[in-house]
Design a protein around this ligand. Structure first.
Ligand code: GLN
Length: 532
C-alpha cells in the first residue's frame, strides 16, 4: 500500500518546500523504500514552458520532454532518478483535462464543479503516479502558500485523501519563524496563524517544520505542538544550512524520516536506518575543498539565482568531485563588449555560455566566446551557447561577418544556425520545440567521446534551431569538429575545437542530468580542464 505524504507551506513562499520534500524522499529512499516526488503547481499555465525565468526561475525538462517546475530538478538531483510528465501537475492541466472530458460528454447531465470534478482529477493524478510503479511513498509538494485562493482545490484534495486513507496519508506543513532583531526573539505567531488557515480548510498537519535562521528551543517546539494540535516530537526545525545538500542530514537529525515512518504505521525495529554513506562522502568533498575554481556564467538572466539553477548545481557537483571550491561569477551578456571583456573574464578558470531565447545579449555571448577561444580559456557552450559558438566561429574564423541564427536575423546570408527540415519533421504535432531526451552518437577519437567513454548517449533538449548542415564541411575544414550527431535526423549535437584546451558546445542540456551521486561527466571534465 502506497503512503501519500503532502508538503504544504505557510507564512511565506521560497521557504524551501522543494528541498525539504526532496530531502525526505532521499531519507526514505536511503532506508530502502521506493519513493517518488511530485509537484502540484497552482498556476493556470498548462506547463512551465512559457513562464519567465525572472518570475519562476529556470524551466526544467524531463527525459520525456515535459517543461516543468525547477523543483523537479531538486528531486532528480537528490534521489538520483528520472522523473516524468506525471511528476508535475498544474492547475492549467487539471482544468484542461476536466474540460476536455466535459466536451467529450463524460459528465453528461451533470454540473461540472470544483468539488468533486476538479478535486477528483487532482486526486486521480496523485494516485495514478503511485500505481504507475508500485511506489512505497509518493511525496507531493503543493506549490504556493496555504490561504491562497488558487491552492484551495489542492488543499481540499489533501483533506479528502486524508479522510479516505487515514494513516496512509500525512501532511507536513513548513512554516517560517521570524527572528525579531530588536526584541532578540523568535516568533511563532505566524506559524500558529498559518496552521489555523490550514485547519480552516479542513487539514490538520501531522508534522510541522519550522524554517528558521536561529536554533529553536525545545520549549518553543512544545509551544507550537500545543497550539497547533501536533505531537511534540512532530515539531521540527529546519535551520538555514550552508548548502542545500546538508538539509537531508539536518532533517535526519530532527528524525523526520523516523516520525513519518511511525505515523504511517511502520514498525521502526523492522526498517533499516537510512544509509547516507555516499551522501556524506559527497558532502565531505563539497565542504572540505579549499582551493578554488573560478567559473563565470555568461547569460542574460544572471541576476536571478534560480534562472540557471541546474547549471549552478551541476557545477557545484563537478567542483566537489574535483576537490575544488566553486567560485561562481556571473556576467550579464548584454553588458559585455570588446572594451570590457578582458576585465570581466580575465583570470577566470573557465567560462560557460548559457542557454537562452531571443536576441537580447547574443552579441555579448559572441564577445565572450571569441575571448575564450583566442585566449585558450576552457569554455562550455550550452544550447544557445553552442549556437553562439557556431556563429562566432563563422564570423571570426570563416570570415562571414554577418553569420547568424535566423532566430536573431532572418535575413542573414550565412544562416549557420537555422530551423532544419529534418528537425521540423521530428517535432511533435502541435509542439514547436524539440524537447526531451534524444540519442546522440559520438565520434571516436574526439573530446566528447573521451568524456562520455561510450559511442551513444541520451541527452535532453529544449530548442527550435539547429546547426545548419550546409556549413558542416566548411567548419570541419577550418578545425571545428562535429563530434556528436543524431543519426536519425543527421543533426549536429556537439561541436568542439581540438586545437583548444577545452572548447565544446552542446545543443542539449547536460545540466538537467547531473545528480549528487552521478555528477555529469561533461561538467566534471570542464572543471578538471579548467584547473589544469
Ligand atoms: N533559442 C535557441 C533555440 O530555440 C536555443 C534555446 C536554448 O538555449 N534552450 O534553438
Amino acid at each position: 500500500m502506497t503512503k501519500f505524504i503532502f508538503v504544504t507551506g505557510g507564512v511565506a513562499s521560497s521557504l524551501g518546500k522543494g528541498i525539504l520534500a526532496a530531502s525526505l524522499g532521499k531519507l526514505l529512499q536511503a532506508r530502502g523504500f521506493k519513493v517518488t516526488n511530485q509537484k502540484m503547481d497552482p498556476y493556470v499555465n498548462v506547463d512551465s514552458g512559457t513562464l519567465n525565468p525572472y518570475e519562476h526561475g529556470e524551466c526544467y525538462v524531463t527525459v520525456d520532454g515535459h517543461e516543468c517546475d525547477l523543483d523537479l530538478g531538486h528531486y532528480e538531483r537528490f534521489l538520483n532518478v528520472e522523473l516524468h510528465k506525471c511528476n508535475n501537475i498544474t492547475t492549467g492541466r487539471i482544468y484542461r483535462n476536466v474540460i476536455e472530458r466535459e466536451r467529450r460528454g463524460d459528465f453528461l447531465g451533470k454540473t461540472v464543479q470544483v468539488i468533486p470534478h476538479i478535486t477528483d482529477e487532482i486526486k486521480r493524478n496523485i494516485k495514478a503516479i503511485a500505481s504507475s510503479d508500485n511506489y512505497d511513498f509518493v511525496i507531493t509538494e503543493i506549490g504556493g502558500t496555504v490561504g491562497d485562493i488558487e491552492s484551495l482545490p489542492y488543499i481540499e484534495s489533501v483533506r479528502q485523501m486524508k479522510w479516505e486513507l487515514g494513516t496512509d496519508c500525512l501532511c507536513i506543513h513548513l512554516t517560517y519563524v521570524p527572528f525579531l532583531a530588536a526584541a532578540q526573539e523568535l516568533k511563532t505567531k505566524p506559524t500558529q496563524h498559518s496552521v489555523k488557515a490550514l485547519q480552516q480548510e479542513g487539514v490538520q498537519p501531522d508534522i510541522i517544520i519550522l524554517r528558521t535562521e536561529h536554533e529553536i528551543s525545545l520549549d518553543m517546539k512544545r509551544k507550537v505542538a500545543l497550539f497547533c494540535n501536533v505531537e511534540a516530537d512532530s515539531v521540527m526545525q529546519s535551520v538555514d544550512a550552508s548548502s542545500i545538500y546538508r538539509v537531508p542530514l539536518n532533517m535526519q537529525a530532527e528524525k523526520l524520516d523516523e516520525v513519518v515512518l511511525r505515523k504511517t504505521g511502520f514498525d521502526l525495529a523492522k526498517v533499516p536506518e537510512a544509509d547516507m554513506k555516499d551522501w556524506h562522502c559527497f558532502l565531505h568533498k563539497l565542504e572540505s575543498a579549499t582551493e578554488v575554481v573560478r567559473i563565470t556564467l555568461v547569460g542574460k538572466y544572471v541576476q536571478l539565482q534560480d534562472a540557471y539553477k541546474s547549471i549552478r548545481e551541476s557545477l557545484t557537483h563537478a567542483a566537489a568531485y574535483n576537490h575544488r571550491k566553486l567560485v561562481l561569477n556571473t556576467v550579464l551578456s548584454d553588458t559585455l563588449t570588446d572594451d570590457n571583456v578582458a576585465e570581466q573574464l580575465g583570470g577566470q578558470h573557465g567560462i560557460i555560455v548559457c542557454p537562452g531565447f531571443g536576441n537580447r545579449g547574443v552579441e555579448g555571448k559572441l564577445t565572450a566566446l571569441r575571448y575564450a577561444r583566442e585566449n585558450n580559456i576552457p569554455c562550455l557552450g550550452i544550447c544557445m551557447g553552442m549556437q553562439a559558438m557556431a556563429i562566432e566561429f563563422a564570423r571570426n574564423v570563416l570570415g562571414y561577418a554577418d553569420a547568424n541564427s535566423t532566430e536573431f536575423n532572418e535575413l542573414t546570408t550565412h544562416n549557420v544556425v537555422d530551423m532544419m527540415e529534418e528537425q521540423k519533421a521530428l517535432l511533435n504535432k502541435g509542439g514547436t520545440l524539440r524537447l526531451g531526451a534524444y540519442p546522440c552518437a559520438l565520434k571516436p577519437g574526439t573530446l566528447a567521446f573521451d568524456i562520455y567513454q561510450k559511442p551513444l548517449i541520451y541527452e535532453r533538449h529544449r530548442h527550435r534551431y539547429e546547426f545548419n548542415n550546409k556549413y558542416r564541411t566548411e567548419f570541419e575544414q577550418a578545425g571545428m569538429v562535429c563530434s556528436g550527431l543524431n543519426q536519425e535526423s543527421d543533426l549536429v549535437e556537439i561541436i568542439e575545437l581540438p586545437a583548444h584546451r577545452f572548447f565544446i558546445g552542446v545543443q542539449f542540456h547536460p545540466e538537467y542530468s547531473s545528480t549528487v551521486l552521478r555528477p555529469h561527466p561533461l561538467f566534471v571534465r570542464f572543471i578538471s580542464e579548467s584547473i589544469k
